[in-house]
Each structure stands twice: as structure tokens, then as C-alpha cells.
Ligand binder design. Structure first.
Ligand SMILES: Cc1cc2nc3c(=O)[nH]c(=O)nc-3n(C[C@H](O)[C@H](O)[C@H](O)COP(=O)(O)OP(=O)(O)OC[C@H]3O[C@@H](n4cnc5c(N)ncnc54)[C@H](O)[C@@H]3O)c2cc1C
Length: 445
């Protein structure tokens, strides 16, 4: 079967690769001059910059199995042990994110009253209806947890606003814990017991690796390997401008195909489709990614960690920053520290500031938060702007996905994939590409 795959972000590359493995003939159309979409790594002046995603969380999923198959697994670069330390900004200072129940009861992030409130979680009645992420966690864990922990977490993952995200769409697994167990505590306990039981039944192989990983030359090594595997099936600099039904199949830029996988961001897809598909109101948060480097001896603040997230109550001009050269080796020349600063997000109204202002804002906040000596730098700087960085799983998102599923049932030679479908992480987008290819192949065999 010859299949057009639209887009060569990680989801399109995954779909094309899987179709090729299943013996089909994919043609992957990509508007850009390089594969990878939001995954974009750059080596500049001895620094390794990630303009999009920085790290992937290991979870033993299909992405890791694919890295094995592509021969990339030995090249994985694990995060340094310091990467386990994560910080949340509290009154302008880094406060360690509590990683266990004891740490939670010791943390300065929550008042004594808020900690007592946590003990009530198992007794809070479940709510069968959808609600905002803020309302869900406020109801279950208390409002302070939302302000101090959920708000910065949602900024870090979605660049989003917890008041606007739907908990059923953005965190379906947590909503399911509440539904199945009556509370997060009991639901979590049940899920843990189930997992332990099934693990006991499995033959024991090597202990699974955990933590975050990347590669020496950054995450773009993954799309580069998939592009090599796809060979001439991948067409770069080839935007899809024209898409029409043709007989039992589709014509893409005038060429006929039996089937089609669309992995384009919803906004790009709607633009091509000219409104034929009952389209989507998916908002994308905009984001500026600023890289700054300073001489290590000029930085007095604590940087032995993953980075620091900033709750909106702190009223800072940045969403957070990653300590890039502490997280992975080889990110900066000897003696320099590299930081990645995120500005913008869904709460930011109006256009993002211009490059000079972004640099000024990022430098001001970084120097203040990390106590960097006045006049010390930066020794290196770079700004990248994503006008549509991350899709927001707002109210109506689950209906939108139901609409896509219905469209697919009515068009058996069509499948959708992408980071708006089953999670925004690189691994989830990759998985959605594989699933789309499998669905198509299964339906049309
Ligand atoms: C700043 C930032 C930081 C992130 N950090 C992390 C992280 O640390 N860890 C993590 O797991 N995830 C992270 N993410 C999320 C993750 O990177 C993305 O969700 C994922 O890479 C998206 O993949 P995709 O294939 O769905 O979409 P995209 O990568 O957006 O790919 C879509 C492709 O379609 C192409 N296209 C568009 N229009 C056309 C057209 N008309 N014709 C042909 N091609 C077209 C685009 O050029 C693009 O290549 C981050 C995202 C951003 C923006």
C-alpha cells in the first residue's frame, strides 16, 4: 500500500518507519529542510543547544524499543545523578521538590495547614465530571498544592494554565485513579498492587534503567536515525499544499495515494484542509527558548540539578530554567555553565517580546535567581521562538479527539497522529505515530 505521511516531526517519522517495517511504501512529506519538527538540537561555539525538548523520561515504552532496533540505544546519554534534584522557586530561592512522603511533610513549599489537608485526600468524594486541572487538585489536595506545585508543574510540561486545562484530557491517568479507587491515594495503591502482581508473574530480565536520557549531540539524533532508515521515502522541503480525495484514495500535491497519515499540528492541518474536516479549536502556547552561558565561578546559586520551575505567584517574567550543563555532560565548554530559560506560555497574552528584550529578561531573571556575579556575562546567548510550541488540552479536547476517531471510522484509509492525540511528550507523540500506522495497516489488510 502506498501511503502519504504528512509531517516529519517525531510522530510522522514513527508512522513512516512503522509502515516501512510492515512492508508498505510510505512517502513522508516535510515542509522544513530537516526532520524532527520540535526536536531541534544545535552545536554552536562548543555548546549543545536544545531548541525544543531537552530530555526523555525512560519508561520502557515503544520509543526505547525502537532505539534498540535503530541501533541507537548504546548512544543514549543518561542524565547525571544531579539531574534527580529538581527545584521550585519559593520567595526567589530554589526549594527542593519533595520526592517522597517524608520529604513532602518536611518541605518549606507548603504550610503546616496545607500538609494536614493532604491527609484528607482519601476521604474527598470523587467528581465524575470533567473539571480544570486546578479545580481537580484543589479539591483533592488543597489550594496551596495547586499554587506551589501543580501550577509550576503544568508550566513546565504544557507551558499551560491549570485553570484552562481539562483534567480528563491533560491527566487522564489521574482522573482514572480517582474514578477507580475513589481517591488518588486508594487508586494509586490499587494500581501499584496490580503492577507488583503482574511484575511477579513476568520472568525477571535485566533491571530496567530509569531516569532521563538524551544523546551526546542532542535529541535530534533520534529523528536523524529515523530519517536514515526512511531514506528516499522522506521528502524534505516539500510542504503539503494540496490535498484532495481521489477515487478510493487521496491526492497529495497532485500525487495519488491509497492511504494517508496526518501528523501535522492541528492548525497547519486545518489550513490545508480548507475547513473540510470539522476542525479543531486547539490552542497552542507560544514560547521563547533562551540559552545563556556564564563562567562557572561567577554562579553562586545552587545549580546541581535538573532546573527550577517558577510558580506564577512568584510574579517572575520566566516560566523556569534548566541547568542544561548540570543535567547532561558535554553541553558546554570546560568552565562554563549553560542554562535554558523558558518565557511565554499560555498565560502570556499578546506577542512575545523581541529578541533583545527576551535576552534582557532571561539574563536579569537568571542572574538574580542563581546569584550570578554582576557583570559576569553572559559569555554566550541564543534565542529561539516557537509561535506554536505546545498544544493545550483544554475543555472540549476530549470531544475533539472523539471527532477525530469518528472521522477515522468514516475514512478507513486515513489516520491522525501527533502530540495533540495521546500526550505531548516525545515518547507519546512517537507512540501515536506507531499506533496510526498500525491502525491503517490493520484496517486495510
Ligand atoms: C520548547 C519545547 C520543549 C519541550 N520539552 C520536552 C521535553 O523535554 N521532553 C519531551 O518529551 N517533550 C518535550 N516537548 C514536547 C515534544 O517535543 C513535542 O510534543 C513533540 O516533539 C511533537 O511532535 P509531533 O510530531 O507531534 O509534532 P511536530 O514536532 O510539531 O511535527 C510536525 C511537523 O509537521 C511539519 N509540517 C507542518 N505543516 C506542514 C505542511 N503543510 N506540509 C508538510 N509538513 C508540515 C512541521 O514542519 C513539523 O516538522 C517540548 C516541546 C517544546 C516546543
Amino acid at each position: 500500500m502506498n501511503v502519504a505521511v504528512l509531517g516529519a516531526g517525531i510522530s510522522g517519522l514513527a508512522a513512516g518507519w512503522r509502515l516501512q517495517q510492515l512492508g508498505h511504501a510510505p512517502t513522508v512529506y516535510e515542509a522544513d529542510g530537516e526532520p524532527g519538527g520540535k526536536i531541534r538540537s544545535r552545536r554552536m561555539d562548543g555548546y549543545l543547544l536544545e531548541l525544543g525538548p531537552n530530555a526523555i523520561q525512560r519508561s520502557g515504552d515503544s520509543l526505547e524499543r525502537a532505539l534498540d532496533a535503530l541501533g541507537l540505544a548504546p548512544a543514549c546519554l543518561d542524565a547525571t545523578p544531579a539531574g534527580k534534584n529538581r527545584f521550585i522557586c519559593l520567595d526567589g530561592q530554589p526549594e527542593p521538590l519533595p520526592m517522597g512522603p517524608l520529604a513532602l511533610f518536611r518541605t518549606r513549599l507548603l504550610s503546616g495547614k496545607a500538609k494536614w489537608r493532604l491527609l484528607r485526600e482519601p476521604f474527598v468524594a470523587p467528581n465524575p465530571d470533567d473539571e480544570s486541572v486546578a479545580a481537580f487538585f484543589s479539591r483533592r489536595l488543597g489550594p496551596e498544592v495547586v499554587t506551589r506545585m501543580i501550577d509550576p508543574f503544568v508550566s513546565g510540561v504544557f507551558a499551560g494554565d491549570p485553570e484552562q486545562l481539562s483534567v480528563s484530557a491533560a491527566f487522564p491517568a489521574l482522573k482514572a485513579l480517582e474514578r477507580e479507587g475513589g481517591s488518588l491515594f486508594r487508586g494509586g495503591l490499587k494500581a501499584w498492587r496490580r503492577k507488583r502482581k503482574s511484575a511477579a508473574r513476568q520472568p525477571r530480565d535485566e533491571p530496567r534503567k530509569r531516569g532521563m536520557f538524551s544523546f551526546r549531540e542532542g535529541l535530534q539524533e533520534i529523528p536523524a536515525a529515523l530519517a536514515r532508515a526512511l531514506g528516499e521515502s522522506l521528502r524534505l522541503n516539500t510542504p503539503v499544499a494540496n490535498l484532495t480525495p481521489a477515487g478510493d484514495g487521496w491526492q497529495v500535491n497532485g500525487e495519488p495515494y491509497e492511504a494517508l497519515v496526518s501528523t501535522l499540528p492541528v492548525t497547519d492541518w486545518s489550513a490545508i484542509n480548507g475547513g473540510a474536516f470539522p476542525a479543531a479549536q486547539v490552542d497552542y502556547a507560544k514560547m521563547a527558548v533562551v540559552h545563556l552561558a556564564y563562567p562557572a565561578e561567577a554562579v553562586s546559586g545552587r545549580t546541581d540539578g535538573f532546573g527550577m520551575l517558577i510558580p506564577s505567584v512568584e510574579q517572575r517574567a520566566i516560566l523556569g530554567l534548566l541547568y542544561s550543563s548540570s543535567l547532561f555532560e558535554g553541553r558546554a565548554p570546560e568552565g562554563q555553565q549553560l542554562f535554558t530559560i523558558f518565557i511565554g506560555g499560555q498565560r502570556h497574552t499578546g506577542p512575545l517580546p523581541g529578541t533583545d528584550n527576551l535576552l534582557r529578561i532571561a539574563a536579569g531573571e537568571t542572574e538574580d535567581l542563581l546569584q550570578i556575579a554582576a557583570g559576569a556575562g553572559p559569555a554566550f546567548s541564543h534565542v529561539h521562538i516557537w509561535q506554536r510550541a505546545i498544544p493545550q488540552y483544554g475543555f472540549g479536547h476530549t470531544d475533539f479527539i472523539r471527532g477525530l476517531e469518528e472521522f477515522e471510522r468514516g475514512h478507513l484509509n486515513w489516520a491522525f497522529a501527533g502530540n495533540y492525540r495521546q500526550g505531548i511528550s516525545v515518547a507519546a507523540a512517537f507512540e501515536s505515530g506507531l499506533a496510526a500506522a498500525d491502525r491503517l495497516a490493520g484496517r486495510l489488510e
